[in-house]
Design a protein. Structure first.
Lengths: 199, 199
């Protein structure tokens, strides 16, 4: 049984994967969005890029079995398993201090952008930029007129995804601290996410 | 009458705007997609960021009258006028040499990423990264299941947008050289785009 690691509620973590290894990211409480990034271990300037992924997939978010592409149009991860209904988001930037300011916060609010930087720093790395993440379990319905909605996750407790590394890479995760909008459930309670490294 | 400048078919250009000035970008031939970027003149690390714009607008693309936001969540441009039906794209990365390789090209193909770099270089600047652009007149319908389609522009010859600068900035444009997919019309003919600077 692989060790179970925690992404603490409102915080970020990063993990190294060698090609062929996988990371299982578990929505333990069912309603928690997990912002997810991936960077090539060989060159951090190559990273999972949702805007480069979409034209190759022909979809705004990846489905089970599909690859996730980098800004050099190469698969970096494959979404090998997904026990949830498969609703994820790639449209919305990681939240940041500016965002919480616009939402009325007067004091610092934990945010996914700083969590990415902190999670990477914990393993000795600094990302060259903050790519737009794959927001696992985030539910952003898009209307025919292009309007987006702040949905609640449709996942259930224990749902997980398995992301298999197509190259040596670093996967960073943030247990999104958004407690103003309903994206982590109407109650706005932020939970831990868990992960395992699979051989 | 303001001078009429050309973004040559398949090429890129950049223009400086002071706060309060505007750029009128003209789809002279009606079917030409124009990838568009904006960078703060004060700090090129602040730029129009579609993933930061969407959550503030609640829409995947801006409508007439709406601001376009930076990665610091500030308006950099306002879409003041739009004579077209208002269908634009923010989902698809600028095309690049990798992309044309995947589409079967064996030789170099003009591309919007290199056009951004070249257009900026012509005015002495180097962007710190390649943000995902606002693709004016690009028509990418999104299905309820998240699937995207390669639509044709719904604009007509002479349609234009006016983008008013909310801060001193540089606007870069590429007359998208995509002639394999139908995004510039089924004929795959790439045309000039024109622009004027308005006081």
């Amino acid at each position: 049984m692989s060790e179970l690691f925690t992404v603490p509620a409102r915080k970020g973590r990063a993990a190294r994967l060698t090609k062929g290894q996988a990371i299982k990211i578990i929505n333990t409480h069912g309603s928690q969005v997990c912002d997810t990034w991936a960077f090539s271990a060989e060159d951090l300037k190559e990273f999972l890029s949702v805007e480069h992924m979409r034209p190759t997939l022909g979809s705004i978010y990846p489905k089970k079995g599909q690859p996730l592409h980098t800004n050099r149009r190469r698969p970096i991860l494959v979404l090998e398993e997904d026990t949830s209904p498969g609703i994820h988001d790639t449209l919305i930037a990681a939240c940041d201090d500016y965002r919480y300011g616009l939402l009325g916060c007067k004091e610092y609010h934990d945010n996914c952008t700083d969590n990415l930087m902190a999670g990477m720093r914990q393993i000795g790395l600094t990302p060259p930029e903050v790519p737009s993440p794959v927001n696992l379990w985030m539910n952003i319905p898009v209307g025919a007129d292009g309007a987006t909605q702040w949905g609640e996750p449709v996942s259930k407790p224990g749902d997980y995804v398995v992301l298999r590394a197509a190259m040596d890479c670093i996967v960073a995760m943030s247990a999104c601290p958004q407690d103003i909008l309903p994206i982590n459930g109407k109650q706005g309670v932020i939970h831990d996410v868990h992960y395992q490294i699979l051989g």
